[in-house]
Design a protein around this ligand. Structure first.
Ligand code: XUL
Length: 509
C-alpha cells in the first residue's frame, strides 16, 4: 500500500488528489480552474463556444497549464517525492492531435521549459473537439452507412454513431483538413494524452474511455478494423493501443521529477474517462450500484453484467476500468442549465436555490430545462413543461425534478431497478437536490465522504495498478458513504410516475 495521486482533467478544471492508502486518509487536494485561474486566456467556462456547425472545442495548452498550476498548488500541500503511483481521469471523447516531433516533446525532461512550450509546436490541430461538440451529424450518418446501419455500429462499438464521440470527430477533421490529418501522427484522448505527458511516452487508451470513440469493438476490447476503415484513412497507425485500465505506462517522466520533485520510482497507470473513473471512485465498479453524477454534464451509470446497448441509440456501453462493462446515460444540460435557472430566478447563490426548492411543493410542476441543444433526449434548445406550469418561484424545483425525471426515463433501457442511488458531482452536495433525486427515483440516496469521485477513482486505480492494492480494501476506506442517507417520500411515487409518462409522451410527439 502506498501514497497515490489521482488527476482529473475535466471540462472546467484540473483536480489533483493525494491519498495515503496505509493510513487510509486523504493527504491533499488542489484544483486549477481553466476559466477563473486563467482569465487572460478568455475561456471563462474552460471551453470555446460558438464554433461553426455546432463545434465546441477547448485549448489543450490551457489544459496543460491547468495541470501545472494544480501540481504547483499540490506541491505546497504535500511532499510529491513520496508519491508511488499516479493515474488520470479525463473528460470523455475529447481528442488531442499531435504531429511529428510529439515523441520528443513527451520525452523532453528539461524543467526550464513548460509543458505548453514543449507541446505548442507539435499540435497538428490547434484546438481539441470536446464532448459538447455536436458538429458531426453528417459524419455519423456516413459511418453508420459504411458499417451497415445504426444497429450494426451499436452492436460493434456499444453505441450508435454519436456526434460527440471521437471517431465521428476524427472523420470530420480528416475530411475538412486532409493536410493536417496527414500531418497527424498520433490521436490521443484527454485521458491518454495526460497519461502520456506524465509518463514521457505514448500511453495506451483504456477500454473504458476507448469505448467512447465508436472505434473499439466493445466485446473484444480492441480497435475494430471495420470501424477504423469507416472513419478516416490510416487511422490505425495514428492511434495508441487499447489496454485494460490497470496497465502501467511506465515511470514518471524526468520533467515531473525535476520540476515538481516526484520520485523516479513513481509509476504512471494509464488513464480513463471521467465517468468510468467516477464509477471506481464511487465504489461502484462491481454490478449492483447506480451512480448519478451532477457535473457540467449529468450522467447516470452502473457496472453491468455482459454488454447491454440502448435500442433508442441514446445510452452507451463503455468498458469498466476494473474489468467488464458499464452503462451510461449523459445529459448535456446539467450544471450550466441549473446555473442559468438560478440566475433567471434572481437567486444569489446555491443556498437561495435550495431554499427556493424547499419552499415549493413536490411533483406538481416539472420542466426539462434544455438551455442548449440536448443530446439525451436529442432536442434543440427549449423547455418541456410537465404537469402544471412552473412560476418563477417554483422553477428551480421544477427544473431539477425535470432533470431527474429525464435521467430516470432515459436509463430504463439498462433494465436494473434502482434500489439505491449514489450521488456525486458539485450539485450533489445540495441537500434539496439530493432529496429530489431520492423522491423521483423512489430510492435512498447516499453520498460519499470524499468528493471528487473522478480524481478519487484515478488515485484508487493507481494504487491497484501499480502498488498491488486490492480495490475491495480501498473501497472500504475511501468509498464509505457519508452519514445521512436521504430517504425517498413513498407518497410521491405515483405523481412522479405520471410526470415521467407525460415526459415520454411529449418526447414521442
Ligand atoms: C459522457 C460525456 C460527458 C463527458 C464530460 O459520455 O460526454 O459526461 O465525459 O464529463
Amino acid at each position: 500500500m502506498a501514497k497515490v495521486l489521482g488527476l482529473d482533467l475535466s471540462t472546467q478544471s484540473a483536480t489533483a488528489l493525494v491519498l495515503d492508502t496505509v493510513a487510509g486518509v486523504t493527504l491533499a487536494r488542489a484544483r486549477a480552474a481553466f476559466g477563473a485561474d486563467f482569465p487572460d486566456r478568455n475561456h471563462p467556462e474552460g471551453f470555446i463556444r460558438g464554433g461553426k456547425g455546432g463545434e465546441v472545442h477547448a485549448d489543450p495548452l490551457l489544459w496543460l497549464d491547468g495541470l501545472e498550476l494544480a501540481l504547483q498548488r499540490l506541491a505546497k500541500l504535500t511532499d510529491l517525492s513520496q508519491i508511488d503511483a499516479v493515474s488520470v481521469s479525463g473528460q470523455q471523447h475529447g481528442s488531442v492531435y499531435l504531429a511529428a516531433g510529439y515523441e520528443a516533446a513527451l520525452a523532453d525532461g528539461n524543467p526550464a521549459t513548460s509543458l505548453t512550450a514543449k507541446f505548442a509546436s507539435v499540435l497538428s490541430r490547434r484546438t481539441s473537439p470536446i464532448w459538447m461538440d455536436a458538429s458531426t451529424e453528417k459524419e455519423c450518418a456516413e459511418i453508420a452507412s459504411a458499417l451497415g446501419g445504426d444497429q450494426k455500429v451499436c452492436d460493434l462499438t456499444g453505441s450508435v454513431a454519436t456526434r460527440r464521440f471521437t471517431g465521428p470527430q476524427i472523420r470530420r477533421f480528416a475530411k475538412e483538413d486532409p493536410t493536417a490529418w496527414s500531418n497527424t501522427k498520433r490521436v490521443h484522448l484527454v485521458s491518454s494524452f495526460f497519461a502520456s505527458v506524465l509518463a514521457g511516452r505514448d500511453a495506451a487508451i483504456d477500454t473504458g474511455d476507448g469505448a467512447g470513440m465508436n472505434l473499439m469493438d466493445i466485446r473484444q476490447g480492441d480497435w475494430a478494423p471495420a470501424a477504423l476503415a469507416a472513419t478516416a484513412p490510416e487511422l490505425m497507425a495514428k492511434l495508441p493501443p487499447v489496454r485494460p485500465g490497470s496497465t502501467v505506462a511506465g515511470p514518471i517522466s524526468g520533467y515531473f521529477i525535476a520540476r515538481y520533485g516526484f520520485s523516479p520510482r513513481c509509476q504512471v497507470v494509464i488513464g480513463t474517462g471521467d465517468n468510468p473513473s467516477s464509477l471506481v471512485g464511487m465504489g461502484a465498479s462491481l454490478p449492483g450500484k447506480v451512480v448519478v453524477s451532477l457535473g457540467t454534464s449529468d450522467t447516470l451509470f452502473a457496472a453491468i453484467e455482459g454488454i447491454r446497448t440502448d435500442a433508442a441509440g441514446l445510452g452507451h456501453a463503455f468498458g469498466n476500468p476494473m474489468g467488464g462493462s458499464m452503462s451510461l446515460v449523459c445529459v448535456r444540460n446539467g450544471s450550466l442549465a441549473r446555473e442559468a435557472i438560478r440566475r433567471e430566478c434572481g437567486l444569489a447563490d446555491w443556498v437561495a436555490f435550495s431554499a427556493s426548492i424547499e419552499a415549493s411543493p413536490a411533483a406538481v410542476a416539472a420542466v426539462l430545462p434544455m438551455e442548449e441543444d440536448e443530446i439525451t433526449p436529442r432536442r434543440t434548445a427549449g423547455r418541456i413543461t410537465l404537469g402544471m406550469s412552473a412560476t418563477r418561484d417554483s422553477l428551480p424545483r421544477a427544473a431539477v425534478e425535470g432533470q431527474a425525471l429525464s435521467l430516470r426515463l432515459h436509463s430504463r433501457w439498462v433494465g436494473t431497478p434502482t434500489t439505491q442511488l449514489l450521488l456525486t458531482g458539485g450539485a450533489s452536495e445540495n441537500p434539496a437536490v439530493a432529496k429530489i433525486f431520492a423522491d423521483v427515483f423512489g430510492a435512498p440516496v447516499l453520498r460519499l465522504a470524499v468528493s471528487d469521485s473522478a480524481a478519487l477513482g484515478a488515485a484508487l486505480r493507481a494504487a491497484v495498478g501499480a502498488c498491488g492494492a486490492k480495490m475491495a480494501d480501498l473501497e472500504k476506506v475511501f468509498c464509505a458513504p457519508a452519514p445521512g442517507v436521504v430517504q425517498p417520500d413513498p407518497t410521491l411515487r405515483g405523481r412522479y410516475d405520471l410526470l415521467e409518462a407525460e415526459l415520454g409522451q411529449a418526447l414521442a410527439r
